[in-house]
Ligand binder design. Structure first.
Ligand code: UN1
Length: 499
């Protein structure tokens, strides 16, 4: 199926995608896919105004009714899973299984949000005053701005949008300028769901196409109550303070530097598979990608040898060809950053295996690499930095405490994992003195989280939590209500005031 037919099947008219200024390219071969119209800052402000007006109506619908819209959207996603997954592969370079998996992640969060729409619970709290009841209510928050990255071009928006919509909020989305087509396709599918729903206000889900200046409009507009931003720590460092300066809320999901510790008792078959998916899956371009391997010296030689064999046999190539495990990097800048990181690792005494450009004859305008395994003498500044490419730094340890210290001794705190069959080590790792990350796993890798858990991390990862558990609370405002049903007016703390 050619790209125009694919876009058409997702409800987009290709004719409208040829006259814009933003060139959407496929990282598969670097070829232009479409020319998309960019929004001006004035248009962005108008979209926020429409979303705000939509919010004022939307918040009055009962939450379970709002859930019905998300249910219908989930149906559209189910019906278009193959096509949207394929478009994700074409625009972001993911292999077919991961493109489809990303759409499944959207379907899963829709299901979760539909259930949640009947569970936006508050507490009833014992009042210290007689004849009083105290309770907590959760109300819709306002317009939620979503800034997302190229690597999960649709799922990250859906985690935010599905929850925001059941919570009674309107959503304005600024996707990465590298992936406008998948965003347009999501909007088209959402529009179908809204049409079937009937009384969804116009402006409930707005899309802003453009570069940084458009994101800034979203960040600075006081009508945007929450800015949920996924991307680099550098981006979050700018967004967070700007939103805070106007007393807005932000939910930041930034860089990770995720480690897997492999203990001497580990099941190495599991460990090799977990490391492989985490380190080279998505060509190392997940925020949860495994970037560091901290392996006990007793099993290090064997594990590294097995990984080298697995790396050498992993098929790199066109992401939609059967058998491919590693697709392309997103662009030339990603390739250059990877090469710079490898050069700095070599200068610091690292032994680099892999990391070369391949397939340049077949795809001269794309960037395919062999994933790199780099044995490091120490956790150097380069190792502490997140390079968005398939580089796995290998460090050895002797003592489990030192391994945990090493794992925590980076600025980021998103995901982490331990492979062990020692119960004490496993429990220690997930305890208060274990991993300091938002995600800490045992005997599974660092990436590929389910939507049911809260997703996010500490330190320079930004502290935000999206997706499952009680992450919905970030999309609502909490009110504490005290109701006096007595004929007296007792004051709290036993204060007597003029009586
Ligand atoms: C991201 O890379 O921004 O846990 C999100 C995972 C996916 C989400 C990654 N469920 O790897």
């Amino acid at each position: 199926m050619n790209i125009d037919d694919l876009l058409q099947s997702l409800g987009l008219a290709p004719a409208t995608l040829h006259d814009g200024t933003l060139i959407a390219r496929s990282p598969i071969d670097g070829a232009p896919l479409a020319r998309v119209r960019e929004h001006t800052p004035d248009e962005a402000a108008a979209a926020i105004a429409r979303a705000h007006a939509a919010f004022l109506t939307w918040r009055t619908l009962p939450a379970p009714r709002r859930g019905e819209l998300v249910r219908l959207f989930g149906e559209e996603l189910r019906a278009h899973k193959a096509a949207l997954g394929r478009l994700v592969s074409i625009e972001a370079g993911k292999i077919a299984a991961e493109g489809a998996g990303e759409v499944q992640e959207m379907i899963d969060i829709c299901d979760f949000a539909v259930g949640l729409s009947r569970q936006l619970y508050g507490l009833t709290i014992a009042s210290e005053r007689p004849g009083h009841r105290m309770m907590e209510t959760w109300h819709p928050l306002g317009v939620v701005g979503v800034i997302s990255a190229f690597n999960f071009p649709v799922a990250v928006w859906s985690w935010n949008a599905a929850l925001a919509l059941v919570c009674g909020d309107a959503v304005v989305w600024k996707p990465s300028e590298k992936t406008p087509l998948t965003a347009l396709a999501c909007q088209a599918l959402f529009a179908r769901a809204a049409a079937r729903f009937g009384d969804a206000p116009a402006g409930l889900s707005e899309l802003l196409i453009g570069a940084r200046a458009i994101g800034e409009v979203l960040v600075d507009d006081p009508r945007v109550a929450l800015v949920s931003a996924t991307g680099s720590t550098r981006m979050g460092r700018e967004v967070g303070p700007r939103v805070a300066a106007r007393f807005g809320r932000s939910l930041l999901e930034l860089g990770g530097n995720n480690a897997i510790i492999v203990a001497p008792s580990a099941d190495l078959d599991l460990a090799v598979r977990g490391i492989l998916f985490g380190a080279i899956g998505t060509a190392g371009q997940r925020c949860t990608t495994t970037r560091r391997l901290i392996v006990h010296e007793a099993v290090a030689d064997e594990l590294v040898a097995r990984l080298q064999r697995a790396y050498a046999s992993a098929r790199i190539g066109h992401p939609l060809e059967a058998g491919t495990l590693v697709g392309p990097l997103i662009d030339a800048a990603a390739f250059d950053a990877m090469q710079a990181a490898l050069a700095s690792a070599r200068a610091d005494g690292g032994r680099v295996f892999g990391g070369e450009r391949v397939l340049h004859e077949r795809f001269p305008d794309a960037h395919y690499v062999t994933p790199a395994l780099v044995e490091m003498p120490a956790q150097t500044p380069g190792v502490c930095h997140e390079t968005f490419a398939p580089i796995l730094y290998v460090l050895r340890y002797r003592d489990f405490d030192a391994a945990i210290e090493l794992q925590n001794d980076v600025p980021q705190g998103l995901s982490s994992a331990l492979f062990t069959t020692d119960l004490r080590e496993a429990e220690r790792f997930v305890s208060a003195t274990g991993s300091d990350c938002g995600i800490a796993n045992v005997n599974i890798g660092t990436s590929g989280a389910e939507i049911g858990g809260a997703f996010g991390g500490e330190k320079e990862t930004g502290g935000g939590r999206e997706s499952g558990s009680d992450a919905w609370r970030a999309y609502m405002r909490r009110a504490t209500n005290t109701i006096n049903y007595s004929r007296e007016l007792p004051l709290a703390q036993g204060i007597s005031f003029g009586d």
